[in-house]
Design a protein around this ligand. Structure first.
Ligand SMILES: *[C@@H]1O[C@H](CO)[C@@H](O)[C@H](O)[C@H]1NC(C)=O
Ligand SMILES: *[C@@H]1O[C@H](CO)[C@@H](O)[C@H](O)[C@H]1NC(C)=O
Ligand SMILES: *[C@@H]1O[C@H](CO)[C@@H](O)[C@H](O)[C@H]1NC(C)=O
Ligand SMILES: *[C@@H]1O[C@H](CO)[C@@H](O)[C@H](O)[C@H]1NC(C)=O
Ligand SMILES: *[C@@H]1O[C@H](CO)[C@@H](O)[C@H](O)[C@H]1NC(C)=O
Ligand SMILES: *[C@@H]1O[C@H](CO)[C@@H](O)[C@H](O)[C@H]1NC(C)=O
Ligand SMILES: *[C@@H]1O[C@H](CO)[C@@H](O)[C@H](O)[C@H]1NC(C)=O
Ligand SMILES: *[C@@H]1O[C@H](CO)[C@@H](O)[C@H](O)[C@H]1NC(C)=O
Ligand SMILES: *[C@@H]1O[C@H](CO)[C@@H](O)[C@H](O)[C@H]1NC(C)=O
Ligand SMILES: *[C@@H]1O[C@H](CO)[C@@H](O)[C@H](O)[C@H]1NC(C)=O
Ligand SMILES: *[C@@H]1O[C@H](CO)[C@@H](O)[C@H](O)[C@H]1NC(C)=O
Ligand SMILES: *[C@@H]1O[C@H](CO)[C@@H](O)[C@H](O)[C@H]1NC(C)=O
Length: 740
């Protein structure tokens, strides 16, 4: 009995023991969290203000190792990883923060946490750290030198903060470092040569800072280097590499927007793995070295806005993206092999001669810009072969002649067509009716002789239409034809031979101008000062956009019908165009009164009604238009008093001249009246642009707000390509948020 019962108990105990063992083996993570670790985490979270709408997800009575963002070591129960990315902490990291009690931490991600203040030097206490991500915060001050003591660090990301000062040389101690991103800060000084000691680095990004001094050539001693991004700094002097070797792994090199000069070094062709090379906006000179043909992996090259010249090597036609604009290239080697070019910018160089016909063989081409060169002869009909996939075709300011071929029947992707400033004649191409994606059409300053393409009114996205300075003729409007143009924001048909009357309801369908425009599609990507597109000229960008970029809340809208033969009444529906900024009806034969409803256009900045046959009084209500800074009523048959408002009193006397029966001009026309100094032409506009943007130039002079809107209106076009200009890879996420 005794033995049996003894056996029974023994077996029971064994069974219980094994079942317990089995249980604990089955759930090895149960109650792993060490109390000191849990307390440290809770103290850490208490260091930040409590956000009622977003309470801490950490449940005090549960195991801290299963808390969101927390990972423990399997055996020790110590927190080895803390990932709080995108949690709103909204305060600073304290020097004595309990975070530093988590001594086993290897992985710390506090990116996008709205962290403020400085990076505490006590961060060095986390001596096991191998991954540190503090990107996308508002950290200020210097990078603490103590960071050089984190000698297990492999990944360091400080992207998009407001850090200042020199990069501490102690970073050169981080022998394990493979990745460092310092982009979008305000770091200065020269680039620490101690980096050359970091032999495991493959990714170095220090762009968009204020680094200066010579090009950091010693960086290129690092054999593992793959990505180097130094754009948007003030590095000076020639581009040199301390060590170029055909075994180099370098595949991405971005040096745009510095002050580098001298030639592109021949030695660059030793980087046989190079795929992406961006040198735009420097002062690099000479010609592109022939040896670049050795870079068989090269896919994208931009050297725009430098001082390069000579012949473009033929091998470059095999890239996918090629930006050569704003240099002095004069010729190109012919294309022979297959081409995979998708984007080609040859604009603003000294190319001459006929349209390079072999471009018609670039079957992947979607973007072509040949503007501001001396190309001549006709635009070849063979472009029809590739027009299907085109999004942008820009040929403006050349000497192209003949007709604009009617090749657009299948151009369903085409958004931008700009052939302005040539000598094109003949008809306006009817096949454009098929281009449902069209947003921008500019055929200004040619000799096109046709009637108004009212059928464009059916295009749902057409935002800008410029026909100025051609030989268009006839009426704008035919009875029983719907007017459309629901997305039109800018129309310039000035200096043609249009005639006829406009019915009273003419403008009532132009919805973009009548309601508050939804701008996101144009503005996105351009709020950031540093990412303006290639398409717009530097001169315009230079002249005030820096400040204007901030002010793009509204669209720029403009109607310029000047210099035609319109007659009859100004349509009353003009009063619906509540978003209108510029209205120019001068140099026509409009009669009758100035419509009172003009006073409804509360955003109007420029109003020119000069040289018509308008009669009656200037509506006194116009006084209310507080943004109206330029107006011209001269050479009409107006009578009665000039409104007393300050907007009127600030005008030049000549804005009212040629109306003998107007009175109340004594103050305005006093000899001592000093004209507004801002009415001068901006100096830096090139001749071509002046011609192109006549009224725009005026708008610039009268108000930066107007200018800004236009530039945006005009350059939104390149937003597809901003990766190519400046923004390859990541975008500052803030840009998107601030666009709201
Ligand atoms: C916290 O966890 C305990 C036990 O796991 C649970 O009973 C309790 O409801 C949890 N509290 C919250 C707020 O989720
Ligand atoms: C913990 O153990 C699991 C299962 O053995 C393993 O997959 C995991 O990688 C370990 N985690 C750590 C941080 O060591
Ligand atoms: C951190 O967590 C986020 C989601 O919460 C995840 O997307 C990200 O990959 C994590 N980071 C790391 C380095 O594990
Ligand atoms: C962050 O804190 C500031 C005050 O320091 C407060 O004004 C702001 O609303 C807070 N933001 C969030 C998202 O909690
Ligand atoms: C950092 O570590 C030192 C010693 O290693 C210790 O004295 C100090 O208290 C720690 N600091 C913090 C903030 O934990
Ligand atoms: C950190 O120091 C501040 C004063 O500098 C003190 O108020 C706070 O309690 C300390 N926090 C911890 C966790 O020691
Ligand atoms: C690189 O490291 C060596 C030894 O590790 C050291 O002597 C040298 O000063 C370092 N160079 C730089 C530029 O930091
Ligand atoms: C140059 O770089 C290659 C590999 O990138 C390396 O093998 C060679 O030793 C380096 N030479 C010098 C002088 O650093
Ligand atoms: C176009 O210009 C070329 C010279 O550049 C001239 O030879 C040709 O006759 C012109 N064609 C037309 C249609 O005017
Ligand atoms: C403008 O059109 C009228 C007819 O409507 C014509 O008589 C005149 O010659 C044209 N002017 C120009 C410059 O083409
Ligand atoms: C743009 O530049 C202006 C002045 O140059 C500056 O005040 C503003 O903050 C900048 N905006 C952005 C989004 O960087
Ligand atoms: C102009 O505004 C007045 C008052 O706000 C309104 O009654 C009138 O209908 C408006 N006219 C037009 C054409 O928009």
């Amino acid at each position: 009995m005794m033995t049996r019962s003894h056996c029974y108990w023994v077996s029971c105990i064994i069974t219980i023991y094994f079942s317990l063992l089995k249980h604990s083996l089955a759930s090895p993570t149960l109650h792993l969290c060490r109390h000191d670790q849990r307390d440290a985490l809770l103290e850490f979270s208490d260091e930040f203000p409590i956000d009622e709408s977003n309470p801490s997800p950490w449940n005090k009575s549960s195991d801290c190792c299963v808390w969101e963002g927390v990972t423990c070591g399997n055996k020790s129960g110590q927190v080895i990883s803390l990932n709080l990315t995108s949690t709103v902490l909204n305060s600073s990291l304290k020097t004595n923060s309990s975070l530093f009690k988590l001594q086993s931490l290897r992985h710390l991600d506090l990116s996008g946490c709205n962290l403020k203040g400085e990076i505490p030097s006590s961060l060095e206490n986390l001596s096991r750290l191998s991954h540190l991500d503090l990107s996308i915060n508002q950290l200020v001050g210097e990078i603490p030198a103590s960071i050089g003591n984190l000698n297990h660090l492999r990944y360091l990301n400080l992207w998009d903060n407001n850090l200042i000062g020199d990069v501490p040389a102690s970073i050169g101690n981080l022998k394990e470092l493979t990745f460092i991103d310092l982009e979008y800060n305000i770091l200065s000084g020269s680039f620490p040569i101690s980096f050359a000691n970091l032999t495991k680095l493959y990714y170095v990004s220090a762009g968009e800072n204020s680094f200066h001094g010579p090009f950091p050539k010693s960086l290129f001693l690092i054999p593992s280097l793959k990505v180097v991004s130094l754009q948007g700094n003030q590095f000076t002097g020639p581009i040199e590499f301390e060590n170029t070797s055909s075994s180099s792994k370098l595949h991405y090199l971005r040096l745009a927007r510095n002050r580098l000069n001298g030639p592109i070094p021949e030695s660059i062709s030793e980087f046989l793995n190079l795929r992406y090379l961006y040198l735009q906006r420097n002062n690099v000179s000479g010609s592109i070295p022939r040896s670049i043909s050795k870079l068989v992996n090269l896919q994208q090259l931009s050297v725009s806005r430098n001082m390069l010249e000579g012949e473009v090597p033929g091998c470059l036609w095999s890239l996918t993206l090629l930006g050569l604009s704003y240099n002095s290239f004069s010729s190109f080697e012919k294309f022979s092999q297959d081409s995979s070019i998708e984007l080609l910018q040859l604009n603003s160089n000294s190319f001459r001669g006929p349209f390079p016909l072999w471009i018609c063989k670039f079957k992947w081409l979607t973007f072509l810009d040949l503007s501001n060169n001396l190309f001549s002869g006709s635009i070849p009909p063979c472009l029809k072969n590739l027009i299907d996939s085109f999004t942008e075709l820009i040929l403006r300011n050349n000497n192209f002649n003949g007709t604009l071929p009617d090749i657009f029947a299948s151009a369903s992707e085409l958004q931008i067509l700009d052939v302005s400033g040539n000598q094109l004649e003949g008809n306006f191409p009817k096949s454009l009716i098929n281009c449902k994606a069209l947003q921008f059409v500019n055929v200004g300053s040619n000799k096109i002789k046709d009637t108004f393409p009212s059928w464009l009114g059916s295009l749902p996205s057409l935002h800008i239409l410029i026909l100025r300075s051609n030989d268009f003729y006839g009426p704008l409007h035919h009875r029983n034809v719907s007017i459309g143009f629901q997305s039109l924001g800018i129309i310039d048909i000035s200096h043609n031979n249009f005639t006829g009357t406009l019915p009273p309801h003419y403008f009532s369908s132009w919805r973009e101008m009548t309601t508050f425009a939804n701008l996101s599609r144009y503005v996105l990507g351009f709020l950031d000062n540093r990412t303006y597109g290639v398409y717009q000229s530097l001169e315009m960008v230079n002249k005030g956009v820096e400040m204007s970029f901030e002010r793009i809340q509204e669209d720029f809208t403009a109607i310029d019908f000047s210099g035609n033969n319109f007659y009859g009444k100004i349509p009353e529906s003009v009063g619906f165009l509540k978003e209108l900024r510029l209205l120019n009806l001068s140099g026509n034969a409009f009669t009758s009164n100035i419509p009172r409803f003009l006073a409804n256009l509360t955003k109007l900045e420029t109003l020119d009604l000069s040289c018509n046959k308008l009669s009656g009084q200037i509506p006194l209500d116009l006084d209310k238009l507080s943004f109206l800074s330029y107006m011209n009523f001269s050479h009409n048959r107006l009578q009665g008093p000039v409104p007393r408002g300050t907007q009127f009193q600030r005008q030049k006397c000549s804005s009212f001249s040629g109306n003998p029966r107007l009175y109340g001009l004594e103050d305005i026309c006093r000899e001592t009246h000093v004209p507004n100094p801002t009415l001068q032409q901006p100096e830096e506009l090139s001749e071509a642009e002046e011609q192109m943007f006549n009224w725009v130039a005026a708008a610039i002079a009268y108000g930066p707000g107007v200018f800004c809107g236009l530039v945006i209106g005009y350059i939104f076009t390149s937003h597809n390509h901003e990766w190519f200009t400046e923004n390859f890879g990541r975008r500052k996420p803030r840009v998107t948020t601030s666009a709201r």
